[in-house]
Design a protein around this ligand. Structure first.
Ligand code: HEC
Length: 162
């Protein structure tokens, strides 16, 4: 009886040790059961580009803290933070599945997120220096990732019109 109990305990311990861990996310997170109906190209143009330009305009050193609509900065930072999932998951773009599997892709995504989170906390604290640093981190993430991954012309001909 004790032997059986011991074996069962060992088995339990072994299966706990093998629990799948992905990028530090705990095993009890649900797998996303769908592929988004839009591409990374579309998320870039329709969300990331808009949101980051608002933040860069606000971070212009000619602005004083009183000139800035901090609540709008906050909302645009939230848009960038939320787009992290979309560009980590990938959607309908022909290259999306290949891009998201690359380690350096995820590093650039995380860098963009760090900039966006700093923009958010800076907006909430009305902190100009923090906002400026956030803008720099964002630029570094766009440029770094584009240099490595962006095709010379957009895969879907989808570019920013303004
Ligand atoms: C993790 C990588 C990554 C990050 C970070 C990233 N991009 Fe992109 N971006 C891409 C890729 C790849 C494409 C090309 C998509 C395609 O053609 O399918 C793209 C395309 C674009 C496009 C559309 C193409 C064009 O030239 O008009 C815009 C606009 C854009 N990105 C803006 C930004 C901005 C602004 C940032 C930073 C705030 C940013 N991206 C951050 C990977 C990234």
């Amino acid at each position: 009886m004790r032997v059986i109990f011991g074996a069962a305990l060992l088995f339990l311990l072994a299966s706990c040790g093998n629990a799948p861990q992905q990028g530090g996310v705990s095993a009890n997170r649900m797998n996303v059961p769908f592929v988004p109906d839009i591409s990374i190209n579309e998320v870039m143009v329709a969300q990331i580009d808009h949101a980051s330009h608002f933040i860069w305009d606000a971070a212009n050193p000619d602005n004083s803290a009183a000139d800035i609509d901090w609540e709008e900065v906050e909302h645009h930072a939230i848009q960038l933070i939320s787009s992290r999932s979309a560009i980590s998951m990938g959607g309908t773009g022909v290259n999306d599945a290949m891009w998201i599997a690359q380690t350096s892709w995820r590093e650039y995504v995380n860098m963009m997120n760090d900039g966006a989170v700093l923009a958010l906390t800076s907006a909430r604290g009305e902190n100009m220096a923090g906002l400026s640093r956030a803008g720099d981190i964002l630029v570094e993430s766009c440029e770094g990732c584009h240099q490595q991954y962006k095709p010379s012309s957009p895969t879907e001909g989808f570019t920013h019109p303004h």
